[in-house]
Design a protein around this ligand. Structure first.
Ligand code: MN
Length: 323
């Protein structure tokens, strides 16, 4: 870790042009991590840009992390950036349509720094700051900023805080060290109440009807996973009128609160017959292994996959994969 950190910092210290990429459908950890580094590097005089392959625009709540307008559309990412920093991606595929930039940069003799905390990161770059025990990529970014001697300002601290608060479920799963990090970020000027309300607790009114429909059709399968129990539901395209993609993500957090279910699953309809499925576990089951059996990936307690077929087929595939 120490060597990786020093090497990553040296790379950034020498850089004059840095392209920072987050995974598709960026969350607060991916985009917050990219923006925290980008703001600091720009202040040091580097040319920087932040991007992700899709969707076309960052979620509303994440746009407040970018007051300086550092996020550019995917089409404006150089074909062969001299230095690429890839954040919060366990595999190159998580970059979606921007994944080709990795091979192009390496082929041209450029460097690709991968900063990530996903279990089983495939180390697809030339340089890596990968720590699977870190609770968020943003924690690793803060280590990097400290190594670079960056003084935290409120904008940088907000980006780091956003990544940590979301990836630790509001500090419920945060270590003592991470709580101390949070204190530092508050000292640097983060308005935690306003930021977390925007990030996690604010939804348009149609969200209530979507949640109502999704929870109304939830089922408890007590026998699943050798009796550990599964709770599952479906969100249909017809439920999400007036609802943003990030609003749908809240359904799994409600469903997983079910007592008597080790595992929670929410299948969201992307298009007729096309699904994205979120899986969560309380602690006893490795849902990443389950997701991998179904072509996806993630973390031990939070994973996902995409699938085709009917809602019944997709839900049955989960029960089967649980054994
Ligand atoms: Mn993360």
């Amino acid at each position: 870790m120490g060597t990786e950190l020093a090497a990553a910092a040296a790379l950034l210290r020498a850089a004059t042009d840095v392209t920072l990429l987050a995974h598709v459908n960026p969350d607060a950890d991916a985009l917050g991590s990219a923006l925290a580094l980008a703001i600091a590097l720009r202040a040091r005089g580097a040319r920087v840009r932040v991007s992700f392959a899709s969707p076309a625009r960052a979620p509303d709540a994440l746009r407040r992390l970018d007051p300086g307008g550092l996020v550019v559309p995917a089409a404006e990412v150089p074909a062969v950036p001299p230095l690429l920093v890839v954040l919060d991606c366990g595999t190159v595929g998580r970059l979606g349509a921007l994944a080709d930039r990795v091979a192009a940069t390496i082929a041209a003799g450029g460097r690709v720094l991968v900063v990530d905390h996903h279990l089983g990161n495939t180390r697809f770059g030339t340089d890596h700051l990968v720590d699977e025990t870190a609770e968020a990529t943003a924690i690793l970014v803060l280590d990097l900023l400290d190594e670079l001697g960056v003084t935290l300002d409120a904008a940088i601290a907000a980006c780091v805080y956003a990544g940590i608060v979301t990836d630790t479920s509001s500090f419920r799963r945060a270590t003592a060290r991470t709580h101390r990090v949070a204190a530092r970020l508050l000292d640097a000027g983060v308005d935690a109440a306003a930021l977390t309300r925007d990030l996690m607790d604010s939804h348009p009114f149609p969200w209530l009807r979507m949640v109502s429909a999704a929870l109304g059709r939830a089922e408890l399968v007590p026998d699943a996973a050798d009796g550990l129990g599964l709770v599952r539901t479906v969100v249909y395209s017809s439920d999400v009128d007036g609802v943003r993609p990030e609003d749908v993500d809240s359904v799994i957090d409600l469903v997983r609160a079910t007592a008597g279910a080790e595992i929670a699953a929410v299948a969201k309809e992307l298009a007729p017959g096309r699904w994205t499925v979120s899986l969560r576990a309380v602690g006893a089951v490795d849902v990443r292994a389950v997701a991998e059996r179904l072509g996806g990936g993630g973390h031990r307690l939070a994973a996902g996959f995409t699938a085709r077929g009917s809602a019944e087929d997709v839900l049955a595939s989960i029960t089967n994969a649980l054994g």
